[in-house]
Design a protein. Sequence first.
Length: 167
Amino acid sequence: MNAKAKIRLDSIEQAHRALEALPEHRPEELTKTQAIQRLIAPIRASQAKGYSLAAIGKVLSDCGIPITTGALRAYVNDATAGEGRKRKPRAKRAATSPMEAASGAVKGRQEIAAAQTAKRAAAPTARATPGGVDLDWEPAAPINDAAALPASAPRGSFHVRADTKDI
């Protein structure tokens, strides 16, 4: 089995000094996503001035960043979603006194109870089985004799029989 290669401490210190001495990396080129992320603040400022995304996209294209209005809209929406959208505040109810609030809650509960009672009264109570299944229905005796089938019905096919009970 091979022994793991060991690195000398002076080599590690030399690499450490070399890495610290590197200047800040400034890339020459960025992806379109990175470019729009860097320009999101000026894009929003332009929107606040009243410019449309189509006009902003044209300016960006003229500056060497080819982008469609739809793509720009998607980038701006993604950046907005990344910041975490604030929810709209709910409409506040009119200020009421604690007594009015308590009586309103009691009235609300009473109305709900009355509606549930009315609903139960309107529902048929004669349903003894789930789904309204008619337990008194008796099917006709199965036809075992091939001669009893009509002549027009070929063997092995589905035969429709008349209802045996009026509904």
